[in-house]
Design a protein. Structure first.
Length: 442
């Protein structure tokens, strides 16, 4: 009686234990297996960007600052960003301390040049007056010599000769003084022209400084909304910022009817980006708004952006839609469609593992799990195309098994590998980060 009861109870408990063990293990594994997906595969490069107006009017500071040797200017005041202004409204004021110093120094230079000009005029007038007096005296002296010659006709030949010599000497002296007077006039005129030129130069410099100083009050060239400009480091130009005389942009008046997203692509993905590619655009500020765009510009030269360890290339994406809610500096998420592969077989990227410079997946083979070598194709952020090694009916383990000992490995035939020899070299940017270690069965 006891044996008849114990044996059935023991059998039931054993079956329950096996069912619990096998059932739990099976369910856990089923949750980790997926079938490859067959369909259109989209290769997408995702990046973040920032909205800006495609066309805008720049609000610039003083244009002639370089002409008055002012190279850097500090913004003393600036209207808040987003202010709607009318043409002629004051947008910003530039600190005038440096240009006021130059103005005062130039005013002193002008006064000094004016004094020198007046002094030169007085000196020339005095010098020429004296020269004219000497000429008049010589003329009188010449007349006296002529009278002496006329009177000497009654004297001895020696006295006559002496009177004639004195007359000739006076005539030569008068001619020399007349030539010297003409030279002094020319010298005085040249000296006055030189000083006058210096005075004119100083006066012109003073006028330029006054004109530039008037431009230190910056006004709106057109109607619009003020958007702060950014320097080469990407920082906004605000009150207290310094603008350069070579590019004195203070702010912009954007045209909201045509917007674009400015983004930067790393040097690895830039080879995939081409003008004319379509883009799906999202706004971080408005989650439910979806926009579309097209790549309009791809930079040929990379640059080192702040907080970036690699070179990036500037890419501009024009927004197709016109929306009044779009504002400059809004952050965008850009999904650039690089390529669409039709009738592709692909699996999740995390299901692919690298081993000995080859790619493998863990595939279900009956009741067992085996390693299957594959040939990878294009990838995106989530999936990878499988060119060889899997079929649509296969089941692939998403994550690597905790114990890889004794797992059988299946390699592709050599003739298949030869067809994809280039694809067998793992790319640093597409291969899985985790390299598995296979424990072979002894």
């Amino acid at each position: 009686m006891n044996k008849k009861i114990i044996i059935p109870v023991f059998s039931v408990l054993l079956l329950l234990g096996l069912w619990a063990f096998l059932g739990r293990d099976t369910s856990d594994q089923l949750d980790l297996f997926v079938n490859p997906t067959y369909g259109d595969f989209k290769v997408i490069v995702s990046t973040t960007g920032e909205l800006q107006a495609k066309n805008s009017i720049q609000i610039r500071g003083p244009q002639g600052a370089r002409d008055v040797q002012i190279w850097n200017m500090t913004i003393q005041s600036l209207v808040p960003e987003g202010t709607v202004v009318q043409q002629g409204d004051i947008v910003a004021e530039i600190d005038r301390s440096e240009i006021m110093t130059r103005l005062q120094n130039t005013q002193l230079d002008v006064q000094r040049a004016e004094s020198q000009f007046e002094q030169a005029q007085l000196d020339s007038s005095l010098t020429l007056t004296q020269a004219r007096d000497n000429l008049e005296n010589l003329k009188f002296q010449l007349e006296e010599r002529q009278i002496a010659v006329e009177q000497s006709v009654y004297e001895s030949p020696a006295v006559q000769r002496q009177a004639q010599i004195e007359l000739e000497r006076t005539e030569r002296q008068l001619a020399q003084e007349q030539q010297n007077y003409r030279t002094r006039v020319l010298q005085a005129q040249a000296n006055l022209r030189e000083i006058e030129a210096t005075l004119t130069q100083e006066q012109n410099q003073l006028n330029r400084i006054m004109t530039v100083m008037n431009d230190f009050t910056i006004r709106a060239p057109e109607n619009g909304m003020v958007v702060y400009a950014r320097n080469w480091q990407g920082r906004k130009t605000t009150t207290g910022s310094t603008i350069n005389a070579f590019d004195p942009i203070v702010a912009e008046l954007p045209d909201f009817s045509a917007m674009e997203s400015l983004t930067y692509i790393n040097e690895v993905d830039i080879q995939k980006i081409r003008r004319g590619q379509t883009v799906d655009i999202g706004l971080d500020a408005i989650r439910d708004k979806k926009l579309t765009g097209i790549v309009t510009s791809v930079a040929n030269i990379g640059e080192q952006r702040p907080n970036s360890h690699s070179k990036v290339f500037e890419v501009k994406i024009e927004i197709n839609e016109s929306d009044t809610t779009l504002r400059p500096a809004m952050t965008t998420s850009n999904d650039i469609l690089v390529e669409t592969i039709e009738n592709a077989l692909f699996v999740p990227l995390e299901s692919v593992h690298a081993f000995d410079n080859e790619h493998y997946v863990f595939r279900r083979d009956g009741l067992q799990t085996v390693m299957q070598q594959i040939i990878m194709g294009a990838t995106n952020d989530n999936d990878v195309v499988i060119l060889e090694g899997l079929t649509e009916s296969d089941q692939v383990l998403i994550s690597m098994p905790p114990d890889t000992s004794g797992i059988q490995r299946f390699r592709l035939p050599d003739d298949v590998l030869d067809q994809y020899r280039d694809e067998l070299v793992p790319d640093e940017d597409t291969q899985p980060e985790q390299e598995i270690e296979i424990v072979q069965r002894p």
